[in-house]
Design a protein around this ligand. Structure first.
Ligand code: C5P
Length: 222
């Protein structure tokens, strides 16, 4: 049985991690949420009052930071220097700062090398912004997930309400658009569909339908 690599990229809140987790589970592959790694560094930098524009200061922290992604029954847990930060990295403060941290070339180089070493044995589903273009350029399956910003904001809004979190739909729309803009316009490895990636517009699709499309692509390439 051939163990392949599956790269899932796309803009913020397009449902990448939701479908990536399900696909990984179906295939008994490992799932790697690369956004969580940038979020963990951002969280640590904010906690240590480091200037997020200061690449060298960020590198000083990153070089002494362990970030682990551990599978659990409740989904993936994120450990920062041995501590569970799974929820801490999802605050709006981290969400609205992470695109500044992820712009820096040296930060990206270090993250990409860690991501590649996690994936070295194959049998991996990885989601992010530059997986098909930079992290796993030879991935057998590359998917680029899209959805309108209205739809993405609405999904996030409903998720928040379901979890009992405060939520402002218009604000979510603005934050998602800004993050997409920063991620797409940065100089180093911007958010971009790989030439050989399959584009899936999920605006009017269910999670199951998106998973099925990715499973079909996967079965073709195994
Ligand atoms: O996927 P998620 O929304 O958690 O990603 C958070 C942020 O991390 C993105 O907005 C982007 O700035 C950065 N990121 C990145 N490259 C990746 C994954 C995430 O630059 N491969």
């Amino acid at each position: 049985n051939n163990q392949i690599s599956i790269a899932i990229d796309g803009p913020a809140a397009a449902g990448k991690s939701t479908v990536a987790k399900i696909v990984a589970e179906k295939l008994s592959y490992i799932y790697i949420d690369t956004g969580a790694m940038y979020r963990a560094l951002t969280y640590k930098a904010i906690s240590n009052k480091v200037d997020l524009e200061d690449e060298q200061a960020l590198m000083n922290i990153l070089n002494e930071t362990s970030i682990e992604l551990l599978p659990s029954e409740k989904g993936q847990l994120i450990y920062l220097d041995g501590e569970d930060v799974t929820n801490d990295i999802r605050t709006s403060e981290v969400t609205n700062s992470v695109s500044i941290v992820s712009m820096h070339r040296l930060v990206r180089e270090e993250m990409v090398s860690r991501q590649q070493s996690f994936a070295h044995s194959g049998g991996v589903v990885m989601d992010g912004r530059d997986i098909g273009t930079h992290v796993l350029p030879n991935a057998e399956v590359k998917v680029f997930l899209l959805a309108s910003v209205e739809e993405r904001a609405l999904r996030r809004h409903n998720e928040n309400i379901q979890k009992g979190f405060p939520s402002d739909l218009e604000k979510l729309k603005e934050e998602i658009s800004l993050r997409d803009k920063l991620d797409s316009e940065r100089e180093v490895a911007p958010l971009k569909k790989a030439e050989d990636a399959e584009e899936i517009d999920t605006t009017s699709l269910t999670i199951e339908q998106v998973v099925e499309k990715i499973m079909d692509l996967t079965n073709e390439r195994m």
